[in-house]
Design a protein around this ligand. Sequence first.
Ligand code: ADP
Length: 702
Amino acid sequence: MRHRELAWGLAWGLAWGMVRVEQVDEESQQRDLAQVNQALEARLRELEATNATLTAARDEAEAANRAKSRSLAELTHEIRAPANGLMGMTDLLDKTSLTQQQRLYVDMLKRSAVTLRHVIDDVLDLSSMEAGRLEMVAADFDIRDVIDDVLETMGQQAQRKGLELVAEYPPVVLPGAHGDLRRTRQVLVNLIGNAVKFTSEGVVRVRLLDGDGVGELRVEVEDTGIGIGEDARAKIFEPFTQADGSTSREFGGSGLGLSISKGFVEAMGGRIGVAAPAGRGAKLWFTLPRGIDDSGESMAVPGLDVAGSRAGLLVKHPAVSASLRAALAGCGVDATELPDGAAVGPWLRGGPDSAPVVLIADAHGLSAGPDVPLVALRRLDESASWSGAASHGGRQPVGLHLPVTRQRLLAALRGALGLVGAGAGRGARTSAAVAALRGLRVLVAEDSPVNQEVTASMLQLHGCHVDLVTNGEDAVDAVRHRGYHVVLMDWQMPGLDGLAATARIRAAEAAEGRQATPIVALSARAMPRDDQQCLEAGADGYLSKPFSEGQLLEILAPWAASVRGRSDAPTDVFDVLDAEALDRLRSLQRPGTRGFVERILGRYVGEVDPLIRAIRQGAEGGDLAAIERAAHTLKSSSLSVGAAAMGAVCANLEKLARTGGDGETLLARLPELLRAAAEVRAEVARVVAAANDDSGVLPGPS
Ligand code: ADP
């Protein structure tokens, strides 16, 4: 019994103790939990505070970044405008007659201007990249077109250093890439530019390959230059970094090109790197995703009419020969490398009779040979006349300059094989388009005097009639009252800017039911989407300053062609040199003689400057009678040689002087007179050059 009580007491005590323990546990747990809770809440508040601070800091940083991008854009605008002037003026200076020494200086000036522009563009790209504002326009394209295009532009630079620059497109690799075409071009310019820069002899080879990964293709740029040490390979993709500090002194460069290229390639979903080259030199590569439409028609070789022909290659440089063989195989041409001229005969006899044959030879391989169509390779600076040509079965070879691109190779093959359409290449199209610029009335709205002068001079050189205004209001007025074929509108003018002026012009055209005048926006900002913004605001084209003469002509050509047939296009266009008047003069030439018209034109041009000087002196000294006399003489001689535009300007001056205009008004008309004189001089030079071309000098092989 006692035991039972004792046991029961013990059990009860134990149970109570456990309950108590549980109670104490629970209480302490609750206390702990409350403490944890408190700590968590405090931490949460801390985190919220940190978060708020970070958000404020991020907003501040983003605002600062936007401000940086904005001021960078403003800054580049400021730098680009004078750079535009520098490039344009240098281009014009280059066209004048210069001594050898002066030409050397102009060349150096030109190179500095180009470098300056590259640095401006690089800094702009890098800042866009850092600000996360790199915009990509993705599309499928044929990568060979981009490589060929870059080869074409860098050929001269490479050849000046005695380097071979070749592309190799094996026919088995599909060439369709997906990415931003313009950025891909920039990457190639950087890689090929570096390869040329760091190589003093040998070859720069661009090769297209299948990528290691699925759905990618790979481009390699390999050179035989100074190479890149193993330790430097990792760091050359960092901004402002060069493999060896001393190279910047010897070769120049900012150390930005590769970091920008890396940014571009990665943004397109590709990779970039440097590999160990097979021999000496450097090998850089990048990959791009393949285009979806890799097998589509757009990627097909556009020249299958040459397929089935046989080509014999007599080309000394193995890299050039290999690249030709691959390109020919891509066109379905059966190419054979021949060791020397003696091998031509057996090669000819070895093939089927039905296949058309062609020889492709450089200066070394070209010698007296059988009567076979010949494509003659030459460097850009090599003269078009071939010493071996005459002895080559009496045939005139078709020229093909190095570096060889697919388009030109095809054109040369077609030319040599006598296939229809030979010669209708890019060059022919461009010159036809440029010819269409003659007589075009262009309004240039631009506030910078230097840019006005540069743009006007470029246009006048091609026979355009140019009017200048310096602000948006005057541009709107001029378009309304005088009418133009095309307007070049600076987008950043003080007062009424390009955007507002374009809007007013468009509104007036709509209200009056007139057809829209093509407007090309000129902008030095070159920020992403700048072009789209101009186009959205009503411009028809966009040109980023500084621009070259070629870019200006290229953008104008389609507008020029399309406005020519318009009924309401301006009609009061005077010809710089009226063809009918020239024909009348030509009919005065005695039979059997030549050069009569050219002599008259030469004498006329000689008269222009002294008479303009007399007009200027008259205006400065307020001698109206002297102005009237000089203007009259210049008018009548202008009209007799058919210089109609110049004649009209002089007639105005003569009238103004006769009816008592003051010296200042007359002085204000001088720029117009000078422009007309420049146009006439350029046109006369063209007529004389054309006459010389016709006078029995045989054209070269290309
Ligand atoms: P930059 O050429 O303007 O200095 P990049 O970023 O294009 O700048 O190149 C960085 C560095 O990488 C170069 O300065 C050079 O040291 C090295 N490099 C790039 N390409 C080559 C090459 N093909 N051969 C030798 N070195 C090269």
